[in-house]
Ligand binder design. Structure first.
Ligand code: TRP
Length: 448
């Protein structure tokens, strides 16, 4: 464990690596459907405010903990305070669960690459196409297996460097193409209403669910409250300014999510009608094919787009899996192969019911949610808030904020120290309220 850590070459290297893990399906698939469902402009506003305050503070804290200890989550908490080792283990469980349903959605992305390869551009734009795909038995399972197998293969062979290099070239292309699709989508007749819905905060669309879902999305998208940023911090050189690195990661991550919303939401208004805003996880897969079907060269653009999304997704799933495998290796002394196999077993156990939850297992629901939505709820709305509460308490009352200040200040001035401190002390109460609300809501005890 105490072997010499390799470090990122410099600030740019660090920011790109952390952004590579942060930018994924969360930005392109999850953000637009949540924004569409939970209030449009008001969701966007709440989300941005939370990123700049709470998200900022938690990312700084995690990176500082990692850099100070030079260890990943389990080791880091253990080194700072033995009693909190359990928190290290707790946050490590989260990426495993996420990986299993992430791979299901990653499978959907591969399916849509194949749609455009096979030239089913028009068919994919019809209403029932996506629904009949996910309610089947064979296809969702096959594509889920392909996505996970590719992820596992990369981790097993230890070739992520190569993949990451490719994806660094792909990422700017993805951004440019998304911008193009967004502009195209916004100019379709009837899209303007959607642009306004997405950009103009309307307080009458606000609900407690706006805050709950924005908070969950923030954890998910920035990869926080699951030990990932601690690990990244442990690879960060001592002379890099943590604060400005975090700002850059946030701008990157939020910028891409923003663009994805602009790509999907106006098109919903123009092509399928605002009554479809609440569609949920399938939104992107139903809306974008409609745009591609209208475009000249839509088959090629659609195919390239989903291929790029696939790259963004697989870099994230690789880093999810890598996080878990390295804990297994470090803590249980297992070989890489054994660790990968253990991850495979867990991912199959959670992923198979997730993949089948819209078809043969359609009647099997937990708290009224299909299995995939349930896992998403469990991690984002329950486990991550708990992890974040405990992390804040750990910093405020066990190691004291001073420890973080010192680490941040070792590489420059800590400009937002006040904001950071206020956030850290006030977050647990806020998070607790959110946690209780979302659980009560899930159990249908209250309606928010
Ligand atoms: N942030 C990633 C996304 O937006 C998803 C994710 C969550 C992730 N936790 C992670 C990626 C851990 C890598 C490592 O898609």
């Amino acid at each position: 464990m105490e072997k010499n850590r390799s470090t990122f070459s410099g600030k740019l290297g660090f920011v790109l690596a952390a952004a590579g893990s942060a930018v994924g399906l969360g930005n392109i698939w999850r953000f637009p459907y949540l924004a569409a469902k939970y209030g449009g402009g008001i969701f966007l506003l709440v989300y941005i405010l939370l990123v700049l305050t709470f998200g900022f503070s938690l990312v700084v804290a995690e990176i500082a903990i990692g850099r100070k200890t030079g260890l990943s989550a389990v080791g880091a908490f253990n080194k700072l305070c033995k009693k909190f080792t359990f928190l290290g283990y707790f946050v490590t469980v989260i990426p495993v669960i996420i990986l299993s349903y992430y791979s299901v959605i990653g499978g959907w992305v591969i399916k849509y690459v194949s749609v455009y390869l096979l030239g089913e551009t028009q068919a994919a734009a019809t209403g029932g196409y996506f629904g009949s795909f996910i309610s089947g038995s064979a296809q969702p399972l096959i594509f889920f297996a392909i996505f996970f197998a590719l992820t596992a293969l990369v981790v097993l062979l230890g070739v992520q460097k190569g993949i990451e290099r490719v994806s660094k070239i792909m990422m700017p292309v993805l951004i440019a193409l998304s911008a193009f699709i967004a502009i195209y989508g916004c100019t379709i007749d009837g899209a303007w209403e959607g642009v306004i819905y997405y950009l103009k905060p309307d307080i009458s669309n606000f609900s407690v669910m706006t805050v709950i879902s924005a908070m969950g999305q923030l954890f998910y998208s920035l990869s926080i409250a699951m030990g990932i940023m601690i690990t990244y911090g442990s690879y960060m050189k001592k002379d890099i300014n943590i604060e400005s690195a975090v700002h850059q990661i946030e701008i990157f991550d939020t910028g891409i999510a923003f663009l994805a919303g602009l790509m999907v939401i106006p098109a919903v208004f123009a092509l399928s009608g605002p009554e479809n805003l609440g569609k949920g996880p399938g939104l992107m897969f139903e809306t974008l094919p409609m745009i591609f079907a209208q475009m000249k060269g839509g088959r090629i653009i659609g195919g390239v787009f989903f291929l790029l999304v696939f790259f963004a997704a697989i870099t994230s799933s690789i880093s999810l899996m890598e996080a878990v495998v390295s804990v297994f290796e470090d803590k249980f002394g297992w070989s890489r192969k054994t660790s990968c196999f253990a991850v495979l077993v867990i991912v199959a156990a959670f992923g198979i019911p997730s993949a089948l939850g819209y078809g043969v297992l359609g009647n099997f629901t937990l708290l009224g949610m299909d299995f995939l939505s349930f896992l998403d709820f469990l991690t984002n709305s329950v486990m991550m808030p708990i992890a974040a509460i405990l992390t804040c308490i750990f910093i405020c009352y066990v190691i004291k904020p001073k420890t973080i200040y010192e680490e941040v200040e070792s590489s420059g001035k800590f400009r937002s120290k006040k904001l950071f401190t206020v956030m850290l002390y006030s977050a647990p109460a806020l998070l607790l309220v959110i946690l209780v609300y979302s659980i009560l809501e899930a159990f249908k005890i209250i309606q928010v």
